[in-house]
Design a protein around this ligand. Structure first.
Ligand code: FES
Length: 186
């Protein structure tokens, strides 16, 4: 008798069905167990990228002389996907007091990320002739943060400030370097 003429073994059909159901069940179980795991793993990442103000207390307002710039270190909480570390140096900003207002600029050069320095002008107590300068590739910025020379693709990144309880607070953020638009890092 030719193989094709043999009646189908009913046991083979049942085994195939059982095997198919077992595979399907395992796949469903995998999805059921895997879905919560994905949420658990990705949720801290989403939290770390949440925007919103991040106010950091810096120096007393009285410590900032009129028409002067002062560099301050920003210390705060550092969050990554799974951990929170307190009192971490997050970066630094330049504070400038001008006409009664306090302005803050990121100290990170928007070209390739070097730390910009401040160069005082010829007259003490005046911002005339003063500027910010980057030592890496000679970009320079005026006291309003505008780019004046060098390869930096944009001016210094300004940060929001407020005075509260006699202290200068800065809404600290980081921005992409090497691009013309001011774009906050997530
Ligand atoms: S990093 Fe500042 S000019 Fe290049």
């Amino acid at each position: 008798m030719a193989d094709d003429d043999r009646p189908e073994d009913p046991g083979v059909g049942r085994r195939g069905l059982v095997s198919w159901l077992a595979c399907g069940g395992a796949a469903a179980l995998g999805v059921a167990l895997g879905a919560p795991a994905v949420v658990f793993v990705t949720s801290p990442l989403r939290d770390a990228k949440t925007g919103g103000a991040r106010w950091i207390k810096t120096i007393p307002e009285s410590a900032l002389a009129a028409n002067a710039a002062r560099k301050v270190t920003i210390v705060g909480e550092e969050r990554d996907a799974w951990t929170v570390r307190k009192d971490v140096e997050l970066g630094s900003v330049w504070l400038v007091r001008r006409q009664g207002a306090v302005v803050a600029f990121s100290a990170v050069c928007p070209h390739l990320g070097c730390a910009v320095a401040h160069e005082a002008g010829p007259s003490p107590g005046s911002l005339d002739g003063a500027r910010f300068a980057c030592p890496c590739h000679t970009s320079a910025f005026d006291m309003d943060g505008k780019r004046r020379e060098g390869p930096a693709p944009r001016g210094l990144d300004e940060l929001a400030t407020k005075i509260e309880g006699g202290f200068v607070w800065v809404d600290f953020r980081r921005f992409r370097i090497g691009v013309t638009e001011k774009a906050e890092l997530g």
